[in-house]
Design a protein around this ligand. Structure first.
Ligand code: KIV
Length: 303
């Protein structure tokens, strides 16, 4: 591990620390995570922020949008991520209609991500319209990461997952959204699917960190969906995604080897077996109990 000032220095990543990173010109690294194993992987890699994104509706649950995801489901995944995380800051994503109905409902839902899910802040998609709700949540002591530009929960209003802010008028609206959420007290802002120069301008004009996804290189940080980053989405390769591994292909190859070895009787060999019953006058300990008791120790030679 390396990287002075980042999660890899062993200190927990807090909201003040993320804000300081912008002031110090240190880039913020963020990735989605949905379970304890992936959380552990990214935490060990020194990632600053883990987002339990409602993208889980697409990559984990197999839906074609994030709209069916519920608060309970995101909280369930938050708890798993929290168990696998030591240093990274955990953000719980507020799903579709979890904050729009009323400020009371927004606040109650936001609080659950912290009290039940183990998250340290929440994220919500929305600009000018979301600003009063963000203010309310922030005043209750819950840090909010905002999200403007391409907001996947508005997929139908946008007519698909389309880059936003491409004309001067549309860019002015995204800029106004960014300023409104920063003024409302959001501590950071995801900029998704907007032109590079617009993201640069927003990053320069607001004093909270911007975290880009499909928003070019000038943001204060970057976020990717972990399944994209690791190459687990074989049928999908959006322009803004760089794959740093090909886990899907490796997984298929590994599964084929396992299948072939089982069919050929090669696996399990002696190396992966527990030998034969020892001849003895005293009865051996109950092997069933032994296995259960030591299951988490990979059936070691205890007892
Ligand atoms: O849900 C998610 O994964 C997100 C990121 C794309 C920012 O909102």
């Amino acid at each position: 591990m390396s990287g002075k000032g980042h999660a890899s220095d062993g200190r927990p990543v807090t909201v003040p620390r993320l804000r300081k990173m912008k002031r110090d010109g240190e880039r913020i690294t963020m990735v989605t995570a949905y379970d304890a194993t992936f959380a552990r992987l990214f935490d060990d890699a020194g990632m600053d922020v883990l987002l339990v994104g409602d993208s889980l509706g697409m990559v984990v649950q197999g839906h074609d949008s994030t709209l069916p995801v519920t608060v309970d489901e995101v909280i369930y995944h938050c708890r798993a991520v929290a168990r696998g995380t030591r240093h990274a800051h955990i953000v719980g994503d507020m799903p579709f209609l979890s904050w729009q109905v009323s400020a009371e409902q927004a606040l109650t839902n936001a609080a659950r991500f912290l009290s039940e899910g183990g998250a340290q802040s929440v994220k919500l998609e929305g600009g000018v319209d979301a600003a009063p709700t963000i203010e309310r949540i922030v005043h209750a002591g819950i840090p909010v990461m905002a999200h403007v530009g391409l907001t996947p929960q508005s997929v139908h209003a946008m007519g698909g997952f389309r880059v936003q802010g491409k004309t001067e008028e549309a860019a002015a609206r995204v800029l106004a959204d960014a300023k409104a959420v920063a003024e409302a007290g959001a501590y950071s802002l995801v900029l998704e699917g907007i032109p590079t120069d617009l993201a640069k301008r927003i990053t320069e004009e607001i004093d909270i960190p911007t975290i880009g996804i499909g928003a070019g290189p000038h943001c204060d940080g970057q976020v990717l969906v972990c399944y994209d980053l690791l190459g687990l989405t074989p049928d999908l390769k959006p322009k803004f995604v760089k794959r740093y591994a090909e886990f899907f292909d490796e997984g298929v190859a590994a599964a084929r080897s396992y299948r072939d070895e089982v069919r050929a009787g090669v696996f399990p060999s002696e190396e992966y077996s527990f030998g034969n019953v020892k001849k003895s006058e005293t009865p051996a300990p109950n092997p069933g109990l032994n296995l259960v008791r030591h299951a988490r120790g990979a059936y070691g030679p205890k007892g």
